[in-house]
Structures are given as structure tokens and as C-alpha cells.
Design a protein. Structure first.
Length: 500
């Protein structure tokens, strides 16, 4: 029997370090920059929604193009590593540039229409450029997993660890970037000017994250032999759609897009509903700190438990069964979050309701974590499936689908939230006025009930619907456990013969 090639412990550690940094960067933008655009420089809700949505339209073209470039790359480092070595610096620069913008609410209050247009334009252009640069690193980062090992067990284990590390990186940013930036503003005596602190912390987080990201390129090796074949752009698009199992995974991910609302809206909701607009109070008030621990802990504990259990579940059951179980069942606690809000709209800081919310978020987090692992495993299986049936291994093109799902989800979340926020008046100058009122002692839940209701709705009902719908396309997913074992054994034998 041919020897199965796989990664070393050091390569695994370096890959996970790089992935930690890359996911910090993603959440600096997905959570931090979104909050910054919406609540600090106060861009109009509709403009913000369409900036994120139209960027995703471009990604529908850009991501497969990048995937095709990866699949056509043949160097002494491999297909994916060259991009992982050079992409972090590029992403670092454009991420920092995105924070260097004016304040829309101030420009509008001064009647400066030229500045208003320039601020919106800067936000749009910098965000689109960021998405393009991020793609250059994201597709190779996930694609290299299927090239680091021929072992199904090792691949599932690495994907599970990668998802856990990605979630930890996201949690570090989500919990800290807003609070730390507000603390910096307070230290500088600029409590009414949150922009300065965000720029300082945004830069610091981005530079640290980019240095960590570099480890993935420096410390990994590609063990699976590279193909001599290549595909044109047109052939790559056709390949993504014509591979039935991959098509099912892609459609499932697109239907699940509203799930991203939980990440986009959650920190805004938490900052205003529980902390009166200043997240630093969560670390000075024991009652608020307990709320942070229970709510954030519930969400992340659910994610980590599901991600940790996934390799064992996938080893025992077909991956589609595990995927569908997490998708369908997690829709229930997500929907119940909004029901809990309706029970007592202004009293969700009561400890018994906080505990109930933590339990519901545990279930929601488990769904999010479990499905994310299963999706990556299924895409890797589809790459094996395609190589087995047609002799071509589309690592870049197929993982461009995962990159597109991630960014498409952010776009859908932004457009849904934009119209919901616009409907209740949560936009530009109104946000600036609310921030000032909260500084003077106003109560978000009692004085701004429409804003609060909109946020609780956004983090529960659309995500619940998306998760429930997402298991429908994968009900007939073609690659069962036995089929994939046979495919992988055949490919290992093939790679061994080709290497001789």
C-alpha cells in the first residue's frame, strides 16, 4: 500500500497561527469596520448596505478568477504558498487605508455635500479593494489544506482545528476592538470622538494580525502532487456548477447567508442594549461583566463544542448527516431569541433572562460551528471527487466557492440590516444624536425601542430561516463515507505511482 503523505506538527502549528491572524483581519473588517462605518462615522444605512452588497456582486466574478489563478500556479513552493507569502502585506495596507475616512454625520450637519460624497466613495472603494486583496490570501489559505495531506482523518482534524482557531480569532476581535478603541478615546479625552481610537486600534490590530498571517506561508509545505493540467476561466466556472456535490454545498451556503447577521449586528446590539453605547463599562461593572461572560460564553462555547465534536461525528456518520443535523436543529434556538426579547423588551438584563439567552446562543453557536466545519470538509471531498472522476484537482476554484459564500453572506447581511435599519430610522445623523443622548444618560432599550427591536429581530429570525433552508440542497449530497474512502484510496495510489 502506498504511503499516505501528511503534514508535521510544526506545519500544523504554523498554518493555524497564520489562519488565526488572517481571521483576525477578516473580523477587524466584518465587525470592527462595519461598526465603524455605521456607528462612528455614521454612513447612511442604505449606502452602507449597498456598499457591502455590490462588493459581493464583484466577488461572484473575482473569487473564481482568483481560484483559477491558484490552480494555474506552478512554482517550487507549490500552488498556494506563493500567495500566502506575499498577500499579508497587501491586505495589511488596504485594511489600514479603509479606516482613514471622514465623519459623515459631521459633514451632513455642516451641510458639506462634497465631503459627504467623498466619504461614501472612500468607504466604497476601500472596501471593494479590501475584498479583492483578501481573496488573494483567503482562497490559497483554505485550499492548501487539501494539499497538505492525503489523509482523510488528518484533513478533517486540521479543518476542525482551523475552524476553532478562526472562531477564537473572531472572538478576540469582536470582544476587544470596540471596547479597546473606546478606552483609547477615553484616555485621550475624546469620548465624544470615537473615530481617533478606532483608527489607532484598527491599525494596531491589523499590523499584528498580518504578521501572524505570514506564518502560514513561511511554515507550511504542499504534500499532494500538483496537476500538470490547467483550466480556462470559462472552464473553471463550468466546473464549479457541473460538479453536483459541490453545487449542492454552494447553494446551501448561499441560503445560509443571513446567519452572518449574528456576527454583524451582535456587537452593536450588545454595546447599546447592555452597555449604554460604551462597551468599556462591561469591564468595570460586575453585573455587565457577568452578562458578557454568559452571553458571549454561550455563543462561543457552542461553536467550540460543535467544532471539536465534528471530526468524531464525521468519522462515524456521513458528513451530510452531520451538516444537516446542525443546520436544521440550530434554527430553533435562533428563532427563540426573538421570542425571549418579546417577553420583556426592556428587561433582558435580568439574570434569569440572561441565562436563558446564553442557553439559546449555545444552540445557535453549535449550529454555526458545526456547519462551518462540515462545509470545509465537504468542499475538500468534492476536490477529491473531481480529481477521481476527471483527473483535475481544483483546490483553488472550489475553495473560491467558500470564500464567496463567506463574503456573499456579509453582503446579504448588510443589505437586510440596511433596509431594516432604514425602516426604523437607525441611520447617519440619528445615530449621532442617539450617541449623544446615551452619553447624557438615556436608556437604549426604553428610549429607542424601535432600534432595539430591529436589532433583536436581525440576529434571530433571518438567521433561523437561513439555517433551516440550508440543509435542503444537501439532502441528496452524493459523496457518502464509503464512496469517499474508496476515492481517497485510489488517489493515494495514483499519487504514489506518479511520484515514482
Amino acid at each position: 500500500m502506498a504511503e499516505v503523505k501528511t503534514y508535521t506538527k510544526r506545519e500544523c502549528a504554523m498554518y493555524l497561527t497564520g489562519l488565526f491572524g488572517q481571521n483576525m483581519i477578516y473580523n477587524i473588517v466584518a465587525t470592527g469596520l462595519y461598526y465603524y462605518f455605521q456607528n462612528v462615522i455614521c454612513l447612511p444605512a442604505i449606502a452602507l448596505g449597498w456598499i457591502f452588497a455590490l462588493a459581493r456582486v464583484w466577488d461572484a466574478i473575482n473569487d473564481p478568477i482568483m481560484g483559477t489563478f491558484v490552480d494555474k500556479t506552478h512554482t517550487k513552493w507549490g500552488k498556494c504558498r506563493p500567495y500566502l507569502i506575499f498577500a499579508p502585506l497587501l491586505i495589511c495596507v488596504i485594511t489600514c487605508v479603509a479606516f482613514l475616512n471622514g465623519n459623515y454625520a459631521t459633514a451632513k450637519a455642516n451641510g458639506n455635500s462634497t465631503a459627504m460624497v467623498l466619504i461614501v466613495t472612500w468607504a466604497a472603494v476601500s472596501y471593494v479593494l479590501w475584498g479583492m486583496c483578501y481573496t488573494v490570501g483567503d482562497i490559497p489559505l483554505w485550499g492548501i489544506i487539501s494539499r497538505m495531506t492525503e489523509s482523510e482523518k488528518d484533513r478533517s482534524s486540521l479543518i476542525s482545528l482551523a475552524r476553532i482557531v478562526a472562531s477564537v480569532a473572531g472572538g478576540v476581535v469582536v470582544i476587544s476592538i470596540i471596547a479597546v478603541s473606546q478606552a483609547v478615546n477615553d484616555k485621550l479625552g475624546k469620548s465624544t470622538d470615537a473615530q481617533t481610537g478606532f483608527i489607532i486600534i484598527g491599525f494596531a490590530f491589523t499590523i499584528i494580525s498580518s504578521l501572524l498571517f505570514e506564518c502560514a506561508g513561511i511554515g507550511t509545505k504542499e504534500k499532494v502532487p500538483a496537476d500538470s493540467q490547467t483550466r480556462t476561466m470559462k472552464e473553471s466556472f463550468a466546473l464549479m456548477w457541473n460538479c453536483k456535490p459541490f453545487r449542492r454545498v454552494l447553494i446551501s451556503g448561499l441560503l445560509r447567508a443571513p446567519m452572518q447577521l449574528m456576527m454583524v449586528v451582535a456587537m452593536t446590539l450588545f454595546t447599546y442594549y447592555y452597555c449604554g453605547g460604551n462597551l468599556t463599562t462591561a469591564f468595570t461593572d460586575i453585573h455587565k461583566l457577568i452578562i458578557v461572560v454568559i452571553i458571549a460564553g454561550g455563543m462561543f462555547l457552542g461553536m467550540f463544542l460543535a467544532m471539536g465534536l465534528c471530526p468524531a461525528l464525521i468519522k462515524k456518520f456521513d458528513v451530510k448527516k452531520v451538516h444537516n443535523l446542525f443546520s436544521g436543529l440550530s434554527a430553533i434556538p435562533m428563532a427563540l431569541i426573538f421570542v425571549l426579547y418579546l417577553i420583556d423588551p426592556t428587561g433582558l438584563d435580568k439574570i434569569q433572562l440572561v441565562i436563558a439567552e446564553g442557553v439559546l446562543l449555545l444552540g445557535a453557536g453549535a449550529g454555526f460551528g458545526g456547519v462551518s466545519v462540515c462545509q470545509s470538509v465537504m468542499i475538500s471531498d468534492c476536490i477529491d471527487y473531481e480529481e477521481y472522476h476527471h483527473g483535475f484537482r481544483p483546490d483553488g476554484v472550489f475553495f473560491s466557492g467558500q470564500s464567496f459564500i463567506t463574503k456573499f453572506s456579509a453582503g446579504v447581511a448588510s443589505i437586510i440590516s440596511a433596509y431594516v435599519y432604514a425602516a426604523v430610522g437607525y441611520t447617519d445623523v440619528n445615530i449621532a444624536q442617539m450617541n449623544a443622548a446615551l452619553e447624557n444618560g438615556a436608556n437604549f432599550a426604553a428610549d429607542y425601542p424601535d432600534y432595539a427591536k430591529a436589532m433583536w429581530f436581525l440576529i434571530s429570525i433571518p438567521p433561523a430561516i437561513g439555517m433551516f433552508l440550508s440543509f435542503i440542497p444537501t439532502l441528496k449530497y452524493e459523496i457518502d463515507k464509503k464512496t469517499h474512502e474508496d476515492i481517497l484510496a485510489s488517489l493515494v495510489e495514483k499519487h504514489s505511482k506518479n511520484a515514482q
